[in-house]
Design a protein around this ligand. Sequence first.
Ligand code: FAD
Length: 236
Amino acid sequence: MNNFDFIILGAGSAGCVLANRLSENPSHKVLLIEAGGKDNYPWIHIPVGYFKTMHNPNTDWCYKTEPDESMNNISIRYPRGKTLGGSSSINGLLYIRGQHRDYDIWRQLGNTGWGWDDVLPYFIKAENQERGKSEYHGVGGPLSVSDQRIHLPLLDEFQNAAEEFGVPKTKDFNTGDNHGCGYFQVTEKDGFRCSTAVGYLNPVKHRNSFLWCNRFSSNIASIRNWKSRKTKKIRN
Ligand SMILES: Cc1cc2nc3c(=O)[nH]c(=O)nc-3n(C[C@H](O)[C@H](O)[C@H](O)COP(=O)(O)OP(=O)(O)OC[C@H]3O[C@@H](n4cnc5c(N)ncnc54)[C@H](O)[C@@H]3O)c2cc1C
């Protein structure tokens, strides 16, 4: 397979979704190029593992901001994922959509299709919500969303204190109204991280139309056909 209809650069959050959708059509030839390696480092999949994957050159680009005069010339570490799943493989797993009003402002500014009512069906379609289907949530989608397993008395007390100060308790930050205090949900399934590589790539990587190329940043890259399990080395 030497010709492609689509070449996707970066198998991060966006790239994995694109690869999944574009390879749905068996006549499409899709090449997905990722500069990082496979997501086989166990800490990627354990939610608290971001302590091991952030600032780790095997999974993080380890960027730093330019020193800033207004911050006493300090430079700040700026993690970005460098593996299959990209930043969704090293992020904090919080599943929180934006505010209803912000999307509507985008639409009013001329961005057709970006109002809350426009994007909500896509949020619902993407989701595999542990709490089940509802007005704001979907089941059976590629992205698994779960409740956090740990509840701490101190955090419960914090919510009580917030309520006393007029901040209402909330059980759902994804209805378009984020005002409130509560436990947020996480992109996890059965206690493991649901990165976009897990949710969108793994289920479809056997497709005939689909090849994955990694370590593109060195002068040798490998192109792998998951279905035939054949890997071809190429030189830049
Ligand atoms: C530490 C951290 C915590 C976060 N916490 C949360 C959170 O809790 N909740 C939330 O919703 N969001 C969170 N985010 C943000 C969210 O993860 C990102 O906004 C999202 O993953 C970005 O998706 P993307 O597709 O734009 O980029 P990425 O997912 O970063 O994908 C880019 C991909 O391109 C690859 N790439 C780069 N250059 C090349 C090249 N030249 N050739 C080939 N491949 C290349 C990279 O290796 C990477 O895999 C967090 C992000 C980080 C880094």
